[in-house]
Structures are given as structure tokens and as C-alpha cells.
Design a protein around this ligand. Structure first.
Ligand SMILES: Cc1ncc(COP(=O)(O)O)c(C=O)c1O
Length: 479
């Protein structure tokens, strides 16, 4: 891409639109991960217009751009009213990962200041989102993780309580967890943490803007927010079931004294005095403005109606899946997320995902973890409500087609070889050779069928998978 000669806007935009052609559709209810489509007329246009109004405003300095403070106070206030308790304070962030990074940093710094903890541990159920591992990696915490119940997929409070040490700075409960969509026993985990003087974070990134409205729509929802004794922080993404465009989340704390540890301030350089509540310095206020606009456009009754639609889709999908021979729904999903496995085996499951993709549906493959089986994950949104019957019909057809395909197997010789490889010392040629064997080369694009790649990955140890996947993504971003 060359910036010269300059090109007319219409041509540039036409190029951008053409690039979208190969992407999965973000609207229309056929993509069951990554995207949240409320199917609300006018919403996308409003979000884009609100972004454009504030695109050039720098959220770095709210004393120069006071609109930023007004928008953020309104937005965090709305989150606190929905999920907080008296005294709750928070911050608008760019997404779930940033909210989690900040909550972990806050807990680390709080424990250092108040308990003198210098070798901090982060205590996680196995189903906690990968963002916590990323936070621990970035911020120098040791992760300790405890298994979840293999039938309910919920965190095991006793195991978690037993794993708390004098170095534990934060425990985590998900409401719900991403892999299986089940809500952890938040009240028990929070109580066990409080009993040891340890902070407890509720990851409501995906459920925080859905569960309260499900409750308002008459569905049973256990208490999971900052009103639960012992819960000290909570993350909720507006770019998920808040239906804002991507780049919008909130992290909440029980009080200002805790939130204080999140802020970074620096006066020891010759430039302007720096106070950054979040990871970013300069940031566009456009994302804040679009989230603010979306929240008001949808409104309380709107969110309640959208939540009822998601619950309806979920009920019908679960009933259809449980009625399909050979399919096993995992756990008792609470809110919008559904995962199922095929006890007949991984190869059939992944053939099914490929067959569904050929029929225009994207379901997200999740690989096995210890005794937790590989599965296909669906995030349901209001746009999927009218799609459930068509999906179930195609799923049964696709399953039939998948059963007629030869199973994908992994050569035991390859596994022996893989077991002998040390991911830390692999050279670029060795990595490239394994990737090519798996059918993954960035330059050649992804293979049309992913089953052979994923069956092999699933059989490899996690550290080797991580090395290969990072290398593969590096080969896609090749410059
Ligand atoms: C429970 C949970 N936590 C954290 C995240 C990470 O959020 P993000 O992708 O916005 O960084 C997700 C994303 O799906 C999630 O479902």
C-alpha cells in the first residue's frame, strides 16, 4: 500500500468495502461468536454518527475536553446503577481484556500496599478467561488454577478456598464463563475470599449487561454483582450484550480507595503531568461517545426485550440440541452462551463445524482442556432468534454428512516427535515445518477445512500449541 498518489475518498472506501467480502458476516445471525447483533434498526447508524462526533477528541485530558468526563461519568454511573453498590466507582476501558488487566493490576498493587505481598498469586478456576493469564503474564503474577466440576463446569469453591495462600491477591468468578456459559458460585467464592482478606473479581464481561435484564424479563438469575458481600471488582463489556461497537467496557470497584491503585500518575519528567486511569494514553473519545449513545438509544425496556429474545433463542436451541442424537450440551448454560460436544469424538465434532461453515454458519471450535471435552460454542444474540430452526435443520444435515467422512487421525509418530520438542528452544525452520505439516501457512491462507489442523493441535501439549499459534499469526502479519 502506497500513500502516493493520493486517491479519492470514494475509491478508498470502495476498497475497504471490498475487503469485507471475505469476512464472516457481522449482521444477520449466522456468525455465532465474536459479534453481537441486536437487529435494531438505526443502531449502527447512531453508533457511527456518535463516534464521528467525538473521533478527534483526545480522552487523555478531561480538563481540556470536559465532555469526556461527562460521558464517562454517565456511562460508569449507568454500570454502577446496574451492577454496583453504594460507593462503587469505575472506569471506561477499551474492552474486557483491558478491564481485566486493570483489575489484576489494582489487586496486585493493593495487596502490596496493604498486606506487603511481593510474590503475588492470581487464583483462577480453570474456565476463567485467558485474559487473566495474559494479565498475570504482563504484570508478573503467578497463576494458580483450580479445576471446575466436570459435570456442571462451575468453579469448585472448596478447591478454590483450599488454594488461597498468604500470597493470593485476587480470586476470580465468572458470570458466566465464556467456554460453557455457566455462572460460577459467586457468593461462595466471594465469601471464601473475604474470609481470608483476599479481593474477589467477578468477570461479567459477557454476562454483565445481559443477566440483570434476563432477571427483569422474569428469568431466575443468582446474585453475582458488587452487592454480593466479598465481591470487590467486576468487569462488564458494553461491546458484547450492551451492543455498543467494539472498544467499550467498564471495570467497577467497591470503592474509590480500591480504584486508586488502578491509576498511573507521573510527574517525574519534563513533559506534561500524566495521569492515566487506563492502559492507554491518548485515546479517541469516539468509542466512549458511541457507547453512551447506544445505551440511551436501547434503554432499559429495550435491553429487557433483547434479553428476552436471547433467552428465547437459547431455550429453543437447547431443546433442539438435546433432541439431536449424539449431541451432548455441556452444563446448564445460563445466559446466551451454549456449548455442546459429540461424545462420538473430536474428529466428528470438527467435521461438523466444517460442514456447518460450508452451509454458511460459524460455530466456534474450542479444544479440550484436561478432562473438559472439546466442543462447539455458540453466542446467541437477538439476530439469531429467527435463525434457530434453520440452524438446527442444517446441523442435523451437517452431522449426517460429517458421519460419512473418514475420521481425521493423528499419526502417533508425530505425537512422539511433538512430545520430544521443547517449544522454548524450537528454531524458526522447525516451527515452520510443524506448521506446514499441520496445514498452516500464513501465506497460503487457512485451509478450507479446519478439522485436520484442529485435531492435530488438540493432541499437542498447550505450550507447543501456543508457540505454533503465535508463530502462525506472526506469519499472517508478515511485515
Ligand atoms: C467472560 C469473558 N471475559 C473476558 C473476555 C475478554 O473480552 P475482550 O475480548 O473484549 O477483551 C471475554 C470475551 O469474550 C469473556 O467472554
Amino acid at each position: 500500500m502506497s500513500p502516493d498518489p493520493a486517491r479519492p475518498a470514494a475509491e478508498v472506501l470502495a476498497d475497504l468495502r471490498a475487503l469485507r467480502g471475505a469476512d464472516a458476516p457481522t449482521r444477520g445471525g449466522r456468525t455465532f461468536a465474536y459479534v453481537y447483533d441486536p437487529a435494531l434498526p438505526g443502531l449502527d447508524e447512531l453508533a457511527a454518527a456518535a463516534y464521528a462526533e467525538f473521533a478527534t477528541v483526545n480522552g487523555l485530558d478531561m480538563t481540556v475536553f470536559p465532555s469526556v468526563a461527562r460521558l464517562e461519568n454517565d456511562l460508569v454511573g449507568a454500570a454502577a446503577a446496574l451492577l454496583g453498590a453504594p460507593g462503587t466507582q469505575g472506569t471506561f476501558t477499551s474492552g474486557g481484556t483491558e478491564s481485566i488487566l486493570l483489575a489484576v493490576k489494582t489487586a496486585r498493587d493493593h495487596a502490596r500496599a496493604t498486606r506487603g505481598v511481593t510474590g503475588p498469586q492470581l487464583l483462577l478456576p480453570a474456565t476463567a478467561h485467558a485474559a487473566f493469564h495474559k494479565a498475570a503474564g504482563y504484570l508478573g503474577l503467578e497463576t494458580v488454577f483450580v479445576p471446575v466440576d466436570p459435570v456442571t463446569f462451575r468453579a469448585d469453591t472448596d478447591a478454590l478456598a483450599a488454594a488461597i495462600t498468604d500470597r493470593t491477591v485476587l480470586t476470580v468468578a465468572s458470570a458466566p464463563s465464556y467456554p460453557h456459559g455457566v455462572i460460577d458460585p459467586v457468593a461462595e467464592i466471594a465469601a471464601a475470599s473475604a474470609a481470608r482478606g483476599v479481593l474477589c473479581h467477578v468477570d461479567a464481561c459477557i454476562g454483565g449487561w445481559l443477566l440483570p435484564y434476563l432477571r427483569r424479563a422474569g428469568r431466575p438469575v443468582p446474585a453475582f454483582d458488587l452487592t454480593v458481600p466479598g465481591v470487590t471488582s467486576l468487569s462488564v463489556d458494553l461491546h458484547k450484550y450492551g451492543y455498543a461497537d467494539k472498544g467499550a467496557s467498564v471495570v467497577l470497584y467497591r470503592d474509590a480507595e480500591l480504584r486508586r491503585h488502578q491509576y498511573f500518575a507521573h510527574a517525574g519528567w519534563p513533559g506534561y503531568p500524566v495521569v492515566n486511569p487506563t492502559v492507554q494514553g491518548t485515546k479517541s473519545a469516539g468509542l466512549l461517545a458511541q457507547a453512551w449513545a447506544v445505551l440511551q438509544y436501547v434503554g432499559e425496556d429495550g435491553y429487557t426485550a433483547l434479553a428476552a429474545g436471547v433467552a428465547d433463542a437459547s431455550d429453543r436451541l437447547l431443546a433442539g440440541l438435546r433432541d439431536t442424537e449424539g449431541v451432548e450440551v455441556l452444563g446448564d448454560p445460563s445466559a446466551g452462551l451454549v456449548s455442546f460436544t459429540l461424545p462420538a469424538g473430536l474428529s466428528l465434532l470438527l467435521h461438523l463445524a466444517d460442514e456447518l461453515r460450508e452451509r454458511g454458519w460459524y460455530l466456534q471450535p474450542q479444544l479440550s482442556h484436561g478432562e473438559l471435552p472439546a466442543n462447539l460454542h455458540l453466542t446467541l444474540t437477538p439476530a439469531t432468534v429467527d435463525r434457530v430452526d434453520a440452524l438446527l435443520a442444517d446441523l442435523r444435515e451437517a452431522l449426517k454428512a460429517a458421519r460419512s467422512l473418514p475420521p481425521v487421525t493423528v499419526d502417533p509418530g508425530v505425537l512422539d516427535l511433538a512430545a520430544a520438542l521443547d517449544p522454548a528452544t524450537l528454531g524458526p525452520e522447525e516451527v515452520a515445518a510443524v506448521l506446514a505439516f499441520a496445514g498452516l501457512t500464513g501465506t497460503g491462507g487457512l485451509p478450507a477445512r479446519m478439522a485436520p489442523v484442529l485435531v492435530l493441535l488438540d493432541a499437542l501439549p498447550a505450550p507447543l500449541q501456543e508457540r505454533l499459534l503465535a508463530e502462525f499469526v506472526g506469519s499472517i502479519f508478515r511485515i
